[in-house]
Write a protein that binds this ligand. Structure first.
Ligand code: PHB
Length: 396
């Protein structure tokens, strides 16, 4: 058990000024209390999802700063790894944090393929993990585990409600287009499930490899198929490029474009007017007009000189959830059972609206319908109230 890197117990106490003549020796618990909580942030800081990783980091650190930089009286030490949204490097990167840095908590990541690698290692090592974005359905489905929590969404979750929204409008035939990897596959599957269930007729899927942004041939194909609507999954830099290309191809007036809200979140400044009017579904949006959200947004803008987006909220909520666990254990994070029980029963007072944890450790949350107006993803309705992921295959 660590008393600091190369110090034994006596040396550590001496250094901490605690081994003076006659002084009472602190208990093991008191020693543990003095050590910092080691948090491993494994997120993309380069590549198409770089800005997502930054927003999550900012959100997390803001919530900790609002608590005086401490959780239950314990200071925080951050260890950071850029996972590059590269699934092949996931095991090595996760082990840098788990084995080399011996973190107490893993916070990450954005990309579902990288998440798969992280989940496997966290399950084996038993390290507490909070997922602040990646929607990988299995993380709170077939691979669910007591030490794995998510503060964002399952890939199914924000896309499923858009199926009914379009079917209710009389849309019959849809083309879906997405990056061909876990998130794109699961998001379009969720959409199709909701669409067909609500009376939609046909869905045809087109794909592009991740993180490719050469959309021209696919846009030509969509123009020749002439569906009633297009539903896409793209995010970050790739989403901005797609929105611009779709508009430049002259398709906006011919075939309405929809998506899960990742398409338009955090990218509106980069696309000028090309996104105006695009409707999406997501668990956050602009103009919620609650005190909670207004307070969060002004604190975030003040701290980072930029507006928060859904990713910032998810990172913020990851720290809120961790705070619930650490507080329940009174700072003694070796009390994993107490921490987990408290986190399972947490009611998170999020900027997105209050949410609770499903049995599989995924948020039960409202999914908003939003429309791009100016530089905002304006909330124009609730597409599905208190939606829980079906957690297929989770036995917990
Ligand atoms: C994912 O890979 O799960 C993912 C990535 C970016 C998003 C949403 C989901 O915006």
């Amino acid at each position: 058990m660590g008393f600091g890197r190369n110090l034994n117990r006596r040396q550590f106490l001496a250094q901490a000024g605690l081994l003076t003549a006659g002084a009472l020796l602190p208990t093991r618990f008191a020693l543990a209390q003095m050590q910092k909580i080691r948090i491993g942030l494994m997120l993309p800081y380069t590549g198409t999802y770089a800005q997502l990783g930054v927003a999550i980091t900012n959100g997390f650190k803001l919530a900790v700063a609002e608590r005086g930089g401490k959780l239950a009286g314990r200071e925080i030490e951050y260890f950071t790894v850029d996972d590059e949204s590269e699934p092949a490097k996931a095991p090595e990167n996760t082990n840098k944090l788990v084995q080399r840095d011996r973190v107490d908590v893993l916070v990450g990541t954005v990309h579902s393929g990288v998440q798969m690698g992280m989940v496997k290692i966290a399950k084996e090592a038993g390290t507490l993990m909070i997922i602040p974005n990646a929607g990988l359905d299995a993380a709170t489905g077939a691979l669910c585990a007591p030490n794995i929590f998510r503060t964002s969404f399952s890939n199914w979750q924000p896309s499923y409600p858009m199926g009914k929204v379009l079917a209710d409008r009389g849309v019959k035939n849809v083309v879906t287009l997405a990056w061909k990897y876990g998130a794109g596959e699961e998001a379009t599957a969720g959409f199709s499930e909701g669409f067909i269930k609500a009376g939609g007729k046909s869905v045809r899927g087109l794909w592009v490899p991740f993180p490719n942004v050469e959309f021209q041939a696919l846009l030509t194909e969509i123009a020749s198929i002439k569906p009633d609507a297009v539903f896409v999954f793209f995010a970050g830099g790739g989403a901005a490029k797609f929105i611009k290309d779709y508009a430049a191809a002259g398709l906006r007036k011919q075939i309405p474009l929809f998506g899960s809200g990742f398409l338009t979140d955090g990218v509106l400044d980069a696309v000028d007017d090309a996104a105006q009017g695009i409707e999406t579904t997501l668990h956050y949006g602009d103009g919620l007009d609650t005190k909670r959200d207004r307070d969060f947004r002004s604190a975030y803008s003040k701290a980072y000189k930029s507006d928060p987006d859904v990713y910032a909220v998810q990172g913020y909520d990851a720290a809120l959830l961790l705070a619930v666990g650490v507080n329940a254990a009174k700072g003694d994070i070796t009390k994993k059972k107490e921490m987990i029980a408290a986190m399972e029963n947490a009611k998170i007072d999020s900027p997105r609206g209050t949410w609770t944890m499903s049995k599989a450790h995924n948020p039960i949350q409202d999914i908003y319908l939003r429309k791009v107006v100016g530089r905002e993803n304006k909330v124009i309705g609730v597409a599905h109230k208190a939606l829980a992921d079906p957690a297929r295959g989770c036995k917990m």
